[in-house]
Design a protein around this ligand. Structure first.
Ligand SMILES: [Mg+2]
Length: 176
């Protein structure tokens, strides 16, 4: 887009960019779905990996998710390129434990699906299963200070969506 054109939001382009950047940063939908499965498998034994993928896809269709993911990935990348101003540069590069804006940004994803998402988000942050653990490993050049929380939040939101949809399905099967 040239700077002479008036700005107009292209939601489809934003959604596509979100998926592309997740892939470019090494995160697959399947890995996020595995986290959602891990969170809900004990409550819903009939839950399948495929169903979890479709719940993650649904979460990934939300505007709040696109905005948070694009913002967080951008900040991670700027920290990798040492483009941020000190002291923020050092705090993001070293994933400073007392810097909490990564978790706060991710909450905008969790909030879309209510409080079940919130408890699951905290649980993932504490346990760091699967892809979250990988994103947390420090190798001295890759920065995933924001991405680990964003991925955990997408999985937690998907878990919440699963819980709500499963209940709705149960009530449809056995109406009062
Ligand atoms: Mg983080």
């Amino acid at each position: 887009m040239s700077s002479t054109e008036p700005y107009r939001l292209n939601s489809r382009a934003v959604a596509e960019a979100t998926r592309q950047w997740l892939t470019k940063r090494g995160v697959s939908i399947e890995e996020i779905a595995e986290l959602a499965y891990f969170l809900q498998k004990d409550y819903f034994p009939e839950l399948t990996a495929e169903a979890c993928v479709s719940h993650v896809e649904a979460v990934l269709s939300k505007r709040e998710v696109h905005n948070a993911v694009l913002t967080g990935i951008q900040l991670d990348m700027l920290a990798e390129q040492r483009m941020l101003l000190p002291p923020l540069q050092e705090m993001l590069f070293h994933d400073e434990p007392l810097y909490g804006c990564d978790e706060i940004l991710a909450l905008s994803i969790v909030n879309v699906y209510g409080s079940i998402g919130l408890t699951n988000f905290g649980y993932i942050d504490k346990l760091k299963p699967g892809v979250v653990k990988r994103l947390n490993e420090k190798n001295g050049h890759d920065v995933h200070t924001f991405l680990d929380d964003l991925v955990g939040a997408i999985a937690a939101a998907a878990a919440s969506r699963i819980a709500h949809r499963m209940q709705a399905a149960k009530e449809e099967e056995h109406p009062e």
